[in-house]
Design a protein. Sequence first.
Length: 461
Amino acid sequence: MHTTVAIVGAGPTGLLLAGDLADAGVDVTVFERRTDASNLTRAFGVHARTLEMLDARGLAEELVGTGRTIDRLRLFDRIRLDLGRLPTRFPYLLITPQYHVERILEERARKAGATVVRGAELTGLRQDASRVTLAFGDQERTADWVVGADGVHSAVRGALGLPFPGVAVLTSIMLADVRLEHPPADVLAVNAVGDALAFVAPFGDGWYRIFAWDRHREVPDTEPVTLEEVRAVTRRALGTDFGITEARFLSRFHSDERQVPAYRSGRVFLAGDAAHVHSPAGGQGMNTGLQDAANLSWKLIATIGGWGPAGLLDTYQTERHPVGALVLRTSGALIRLAKIRSRAARLARDLIGSALMAVPALQRRATGTVSGIGIGYPGSPRAADVTLRDGGRLYEALRGSRFVLLTPSPRPFGYADRLTVTAQKADSTAATLIRPDGYVAWRGPVSGAEAAVARFVGGER
């Protein structure tokens, strides 16, 4: 009845975290209120930085094989983001339904030894200085640590009594799974015309997901959606409805912008949509949650193993909360630009945006933010994948939630269970210590490497 780490929520965030912990030998149990996997997916885009994170776990190639890639994003009518120039092995956006991500992550987590319990709905939570007690109806389980990855309506966040301030940015978004007589020529079709917006993405099995919004019909989420309503809004936004023939699913939801002020409360952490939620513009929701998990997992591993530096778990808040706030700002700006009503204002938006994106520095900043490639932490920038002297790659060396020390003359530094020492192919007189999540922990002269390893990997103060 006890587990070292309990994760509430078997979505992408919780499953990546569970796989990391189990792979490091940590006893971890995932509790999910759903009894089976669902294809009710809202996420379709996997960005470059997330693919790098998955590459560090040996999963990227399999996931890329489930979908299709695009190297350019069109925003509105004239604004283009060129992902093809991103400095990464994955210079594109992968279009694949969220359930493929969940399947691959759950297979990895179970294989590593994680336990996944379905049909377990959290009804209560209390904690003291040494453990957390979780209630599932009339049953209780205890854990040393708990992570709430249970979505926007998080039961963990509710049990903690944490506020979730914010506003609704889009109401009455129609969601439809349909077949099309004339599928879009592009992998992704998206546009906004002031009073309507629509997004069309493929499941890959002949079905397509449509998100559509109509400014003139913002009704409660409980209001039924008709296929003709979806057709009409899609035609207004995209100029065609692609010959929608039938639907297997129709629903309505609303989109909020919210962020919990504190990602940690004692022995309990929040991640993914339980910590932050925002508009679907930019496709960053699932990606941000997965990167939350990658940031938190190695810190829990180090703390549970007794070698993490003092205060390491607190850096989850200081590093990830600002990123969540950034995503809220950027996705919020995109959705507000999409909702501009005046034709003249929309034309000005497109002309100004197109001119700005023609400036290389601004184009790099925009694509770096949307893809996650340009996002780092104070003193810890993203580590680019590099070729190693032995012919391998940095992100292959990171597998197993390990630190990697790049040094011109590799030698044993100890801590073999959590540190890989190697040399990059390019000549360098400096050494670099890479964190397990692919960010730089330290860079400096080779003479300082031993002290850096002792500090970050050895737990020495």
